[in-house]
Design a protein around this ligand. Sequence first.
Ligand code: GLY
Ligand code: MN
Length: 451
Amino acid sequence: MKKDRYLFVLFLFFLLASSAFSAGLLLFDKSEFAARRQKLMEAIPDGAAIILGALPPTGYNEFFQNNDFMYFSDVEIPNAMLIIDGKQKTTTLFFTISESAARNDGIGLELVRNAKDVTGIERVSPIDQFTAALSRLAGQDYVLYTSFKPEELSRECSSEKFGLLQNAMTFNLWDGRLTRELQFVKNLKDRFPQAVVKDCAPMIWDLRSIKSPAEIDLLRKVGRIGVEAHLAMMKATKVGVPEYEMSAAFDYISKKAGGRDIAYNVIISSAENHPYLHYYKHDRILKDGDFIVVDAGPNYNYYVVDISASYPANGKFTPRQREVYEACQAIQKACRAVYRPGITSRDVQPQVNEILMKRGFDINKDLFKIRTMQVGISHNVGMAVHDVSAGPRGPLKPGMVFACDIYAVFAKEDLGVRVEDTVVITETGCENLTPGLPREIAEIEAFMKKK
Ligand code: GLY
Ligand code: MN
């Protein structure tokens, strides 16, 4: 009896020790990743999903895992593979890495030695078991699911990358390569001709487009970093300053806060560059009278936000800058007041117009037409800045995170304005994940004066 009790206490001790051991190693609790895998399993009851891990960097760059792999495992080991089995409802993680290579890449040895406990993934196997595992699945009539879309690394957006790679490689007469993923699909079909191979990108993207409370919490933190970095950029802005100093200020604060990268190269448009919404050359020196649009977001722990702000280089709005800015700002505010679950962009538009009219704006002016038609529901935001698929489709749902982006460009006047925040749909409305920038004209002017 005594011995039993002793064994029980010992067992409890090991249980606690093992959870303490793995605590803090993952970005979210193990249960978060298990729930994501579970949802994918439910979507593929007739097969298994094979998720390819990112390859090692070929230059002296830091290794980043691809977003889908990270989403299901939080394992940052190069050349890893994941099989999420929808029939057996288990997951197997495949990797092989020496401890010295892991140490060199900053990969926790706890993860390498004890991946099952650290990740909560049921099975862990060396990578040389991967082929046998695939053969087993194919032999048991599993549908083989894998993403036909390219992996998304830092600063990348899968669907856009697909088009670019196809044009540069597959359709290029002097190249002809498939993307890595489509080559993998071809290899599966060649090797297992009887197997059915299906694209699971849409299923993964459906999951990724609804953020969990833990993800939303993290996005709030990323939002705070983004706002702080934007404020630093605003502080760095004055007549005579090169745009690259502004961009460097954003980079610095994002990295200082622990962000390993930024979401995309900082976009700064001024003067004749306003029509180019992704201008990131940073090659102008700010002049008196310039109006600037800055669009930038940090990447913190694989999550990003998207923020644009607009202000005059000399800190004082002209009447025309004021007119265009006020319109964009009013539309953005009206959109955020209207977003809620169940509403589509078509429903948003008349409600936004009503708010604007009540506030005394003339919505028939050129300044408003396109902007209120688009109602700012721009693109999804999450692990990528243009996150999974183009943007929210159909009615808005709680947990959807997207950019509310209002912009107006008057090329002949060298004027552009952009007011963009990242928002999440809540149960009853929407929350701005990137609050805290001076947005009203009086606030902007006061900030530019004070700094
Ligand atoms: N931040 C890039 C975009 O909004 O397209
Ligand atoms: Mn955007």
